[in-house]
Design a protein around this ligand. Sequence first.
Ligand SMILES: CCCCCCCCCCCCCCC(=O)SCCNC(=O)CCNC(=O)[C@H](O)C(C)(C)COP(=O)(O)OP(=O)(O)OC[C@H]1O[C@@H](n2cnc3c(N)ncnc32)[C@H](O)[C@@H]1OP(=O)(O)O
Ligand SMILES: CCCCCCCC/C=C\CCCCCCCC(=O)OC[C@@H](O)COP(=O)(O)O
Length: 296
Amino acid sequence: PGEVPGAWTPVVLLQGLLLLLPLAALMLYWYNATFHYFCKVGFFNCWIVAMATLLSPFAALRGRSVENMKLLRAAILPLKLFYGIKMQVRGSEHLNNKEPYVIVCNHQASLDLLGMVEVIPDRCVPVAKKELMYMGTVGWACWLSGIIFIDRHKREDAIDVISQTLRVLIFPEGTRNQNKSMLPFKRGAFHLAVQAQVPIFPIVISPYWDFFSSKEKRFTSGTCTIQILPKVETQGLSPKDVPELTETVRQAMADALAEMSANHCGDQHTEQPPLPRCGGGMCQAGLGVHCTTFHP
Ligand SMILES: CCCCCCCCCCCCCCC(=O)SCCNC(=O)CCNC(=O)[C@H](O)C(C)(C)COP(=O)(O)OP(=O)(O)OC[C@H]1O[C@@H](n2cnc3c(N)ncnc32)[C@H](O)[C@@H]1OP(=O)(O)O
Ligand SMILES: CCCCCCCC/C=C\CCCCCCCC(=O)OC[C@@H](O)COP(=O)(O)O
């Protein structure tokens, strides 16, 4: 008793186990939501690292250039197909603009990259935290693509770096946020637009609740809507207008997010914290947003 019968040597047992392992992984992938989630997130990260490693040498031939953003986009675009995520872009006609501008977008998760590459115009670069620069070949690929890195703890340096580019995509929440409401906005993007007197394009990516949640470890397929809102002009505005401008844009984006949430997720309504209302000054300054929307 206790002895392994002749044919069942440890080697055979090991072989059997090795055969069973992929099968067990496959079963887990289909029937265990958490395992499914980690596989998909793992694949996302591996894809990014692999693509960055493959493409960086080609990008390096050109040197640091916003033209390399095209390579980066091409590498990320197919990911939505692997994940079965349908991207719907609304309002893309608003972005037909040859002049400089500042794009502001809500930031939920790394998955925003999929939405970002759908809409980011040519020669426009995102602003990212400097920690991304140290992520091996990923950081190198980002640097080669002209992505602007800021140290969020060094305000003066960050302001200085952001001010040097004028076709820029900024996540004004400053960090990832999957809550039902948007975080208060950082003001850098709005100062930049006012200083350069260029318009702001607000972009809202619909909530991922119905197919992705890092808290609940859920990642299925689904539809994501990217809404490009009408541009907000800054001509004639001065730095003192920045706080009101920031709240006006945030409110327009919060309204769009609330509408998308209601359409997407039936019973999950967004909870918007009370915000300063769109003031008369901004409306009179012709900010290009429909203030009626802000006074329900
Ligand atoms: C195959 C290839 C693989 C590669 C794939 C990878 C691709 C990745 C690409 C995408 C990356 C996306 C990454 C996203 C992120 O990393 S999000 C994190 C970083 N982003 C931000 O932080 C957003 C930008 N932040 C700002 O603009 C901030 O305003 C900042 C300048 C950093 C200052 O922040 P902070 O001090 O925390 O807060 P406030 O905004 O409240 O500002 C404080 C006071 O400073 C005044 N201020 C701000 N900016 C200016 C300015 N330009 N000029 C003058 N004054 C300014 C502001 O008004 C505040 O003062 P008051 O309170 O108004 O008196
Ligand atoms: C040899 C070294 C190898 C390093 C390997 C690194 C592995 C990294 C793998 C994949 C990286 C995916 C990068 C996607 C970046 C998406 C942008 C993003 O979401 O950044 C977070 C930032 O917005 C806010 O950060 P916080 O929410 O404040 O935190």
